[in-house]
Design a protein around this ligand. Sequence first.
Ligand code: PMV
Length: 355
Amino acid sequence: MRTNCFFYRKKKYSIDPNGVITRKSPSNIALIKYWGKHNKKIQIPLNSSISYSLEGVYTVTRLIYHLKERKKRNPSIKIFFSGKEKTSFLPKIFEFFHRISFYCSYLLDFNFIIETYNTFPHSSGIASSASSMSALALCIMEIEKKLVSSLKEDFFLKKASFLARLGSGSACRSIYPGLVVWGHHKSIKGSNNFYAIPYPYKVHPIFTKMVDTILIIDEKPKKILSSKGHQLMNIHPYAKERFKCANKNMNHLISILKVGDLQEFGELIEHEALTLHAMIMTSRPYFLWMKPNTLNVLYSVWNFRIQSKKNIYFTLDAGANVHLLYPIEEKKSILKWIYSDLISFCTKIIESFCY
Ligand code: PMV
């Protein structure tokens, strides 16, 4: 696939020298996980993934830009997170700007202040890099839209996804609502490694109204960041089998989504979640993201499912927290159970929807 279309080519433009843009973007939870990327290429996944974007779990970013008087190599950037200046975020942001300035040359003409906040704890296993990088990519595309009045919405979103990917792989999926695919898969038309696309096939109505209740078990930042975990897949003895399995699971999910088989869906997403954790547990160096309370929740879900016959399934991200997915029709009784039986295992419960 050619990505030349994403280069910004105009040499001259006019824009207000100062401006403010605000965009919000959701986190997402993967059903088929992206874990492993090509070593020497930038953010190219080793398997395709699919996620739900999450309503109510998002980042809001305000991008303040000032046209520079004299062009320098790099823009000056200040970043504030929940009102406090965060110089520790700067290396990642500079790296991001460095990567994307190749495609958005106008960025070098500005200085920036980024003000951002999340509706959830950062670095806790909820994909904060996904929502923050996608929100920032959307803000940057808003600048591009000011420079190119003919810019079409479709291109706006595609390029936002393309840019977000260069910040954090899974961020490219947060640009779209609902079910979103990233990474080439031969059974999914339009899927590619450079930007995400909305899931293009028929989805049974049951999967268009799913609830995601997120149990925060550990709010502390992770000890191993996902970028390191991805790297470890390049020397992982089971990596090849994992990528084959992810491919097969994607094919299976396509038919599940079509026919609306909830039990098969649940089995598949739990298998994917445990496989992701199995990969990090068997990496060198190895690591364990789950906490005792993660296991308490998983066993409770399995027991409750057997006793109540309710359709509640878990998935996990790169961390200790648990996402519980279930159809909206079962929300009342399941939430009641969560608040009575699981509350003691977590520090916070976040209610969200897969929209
Ligand atoms: O986007 P990254 O590089 O932080 O990778 C995140 C990968 C997982 O969240 C663990 C899985 C996924 O597909 O979202």
